[in-house]
Design a protein around this ligand. Structure first.
Ligand SMILES: Cc1cc2nc3c(=O)[nH]c(=O)nc-3n(C[C@H](O)[C@H](O)[C@H](O)COP(=O)(O)O)c2cc1C
Length: 221
């Protein structure tokens, strides 16, 4: 029997997934920070492939009874809407798994993350793909990635602040990504942006300066 070995060159480019979720368009602070982070990483990394998602312009489908029903329907029997939603949800997971680095624009809305971002995250928590349960406990399966949170908040939520207990934005994302095995998490953020225009400007400039010195990218392990 003739066995042909197919040579598949290793993909050496770094896959960067850039996701924005702000509803404030050109006025968004997190969009400016995430864009600055991606620009700096592109400039510092010779071979980077960027995939972009704007979750406000093109929301991820919600986890819903309708989506579960669509998944339970054989592919050939799905309606066009069902087929689109399943394909979109699957694409979100595959895009995330393929990424070496994820830059997330993360506004704080009502003390947590925007529902747009939550809908996207809901497609990442998939048993057997990003985590597994066993008798030994939970195991994260999505390690080896670097996640950069480009965060913006109207107020202050540091450990000493009276509002610290209401900070469910960064803490939620750290908890979630940790659960699926991502330990390399950096935050480039602006706080107090709604306190005054001056504070907003200073916080944005500091975050953009922080983004400019992010270390270059490398392929996930
Ligand atoms: C719908 C909405 C809810 C908000 N909720 C909060 C909040 O709970 N706490 C806070 O400090 N700022 C809050 N803000 C202010 C935002 O955190 C601030 O504008 C931040 O820059 C949002 O990121 P973005 O500019 O990228 O959208 C809220 C803003 C909006 C539009």
């Amino acid at each position: 029997m003739l066995v042909t070995k197919i040579y598949q060159p290793k993909d050496l480019s770094v896959n960067l997934l850039h996701v924005d979720s702000s509803i404030l368009g050109d006025h968004s602070v997190s969009r400016k920070i995430s864009a600055a982070a991606v620009a700096a990483l592109r400039a510092a990394t010779p071979d980077v492939r960027v995939t972009y998602r704007d979750l406000d312009a093109a929301p991820a489908p919600h986890q819903s009874g309708a989506l579960l029903a669509a998944r339970a329907t054989p592919a050939e029997a799905r309606t066009p809407d069902q087929a689109r939603d399943v394909a979109e949800a699957d694409a979100i997971l595959e895009e995330f798994l393929a990424a070496d680095v994820v830059v997330l624009g993360v506004p704080m809305y009502n003390f947590g993350i925007p529902s747009q971002l939550k809908s996207w995250i809901d497609h990442l928590a998939v048993a057997g793909r990003t985590f597994s349960y066993s008798e030994a406990g939970v195991k994260g399966l999505a390690g080896g990635k670097r996640v950069i949170l480009a965060s913006s908040r109207g107020g202050f939520y540091g450990p000493e602040s009276p509002a610290a207990a209401l900070q469910h934005q960064e803490s939620y994302l750290r908890g979630f990504f940790g659960f699926i095995g991502v330990t390399d998490i950096e935050v480039v953020g602006a706080e107090g942006v709604n306190i005054s225009p001056d504070l907003k400007q200073t916080a944005l400039e500091a975050a953009v300066a922080q983004a400019a010195v992010l270390s270059p990218l490398s392929k996930a392990a």
